[in-house]
Design a protein around this ligand. Sequence first.
Ligand code: FES
Length: 326
Amino acid sequence: MRFVETWIPATLVATRDLSPGIREFLILPDQFDGTAYPVGSHINVSVAIAGQPETRSYSLVGEASSQGFKIAVRRAEDSRGGSRYMWQLAAGARLDITRPASLVAVDWERDNYCLIAGGIGITPIVGAAQALARRGANVTLHYAVRSRADAAYLDELADMLGDRLVVHASDEGGRLDLDALFASLPKGTLTLFCGPMRMLDAARHAWIGAGHPLSDLRYETFGSSGTLPTEAFRVRLKDSDVELEIPRERSMLDVLNASGFEVISDCKRGECGLCAIDVVAVEGEIDHRDVFFSEHQKHSNAKICTCVSRARGTITVDTLLRADAV
Ligand code: FES
């Protein structure tokens, strides 16, 4: 699927704190018709990080509403700058955003649905829960959080789902056992997942282990979540003396392009694989943050999705294109 990025001007109408670390933003495009968007849709928001324009992608919360687009942003301790930028905005701020787009296909004809959210991964799941509850579908939502105080939209979800909302709060010892959960699901259940990368890896293993087809596990993750902390790393260009520093607040894709080593891209969310380039050597460790490559491909470290993946130490890559100046 090709992502068409049409930027439209919009205004931040209101903010609302959902928990100490999660803030909701209501954004109204200048020209807004309230057209419905598919479950799992996201918008891109143009943010400024260290004076540079960058793009951040946020899931839309809930089904379409006449009020505008709702997103919720967690204030991330190891933020690359996007959440910091969003959190300093006040009502009335002007923004550039893209129109909603969705990568998650939901078929509505299943007998059973399972929704799983980890932390801020609840954002795209709220709309799915709304749509399924409205259809009277057999759906259960498992919401894994550190504590109920950290959770967003608990009251709304409880109203919608009643006892089909199961909160797994780790400070109450309520760890989500994905193996047991997936083993208990009837065959043909469609599961929608959104959570951090580590949880997604566990979900994929458990899903396959329980004998369900991988195509019945639909997922989203956040481009910024990895297994290593977000920190600066170095990229060496094969057959050249060029070595670039990738600061913690910028992506490898941005730095390569800004340095004249053109890398094509599309989704910038680690989903389409278009920005992948060859890895020639790794002195340190790669933190694959995409959902494009398989576990096996990630393990081989032969390629890296430059839009979201990061590293510790220095990696040598081959973009196949050479900067004009080199
Ligand atoms: S641009 Fe789509 S995975 Fe990087």
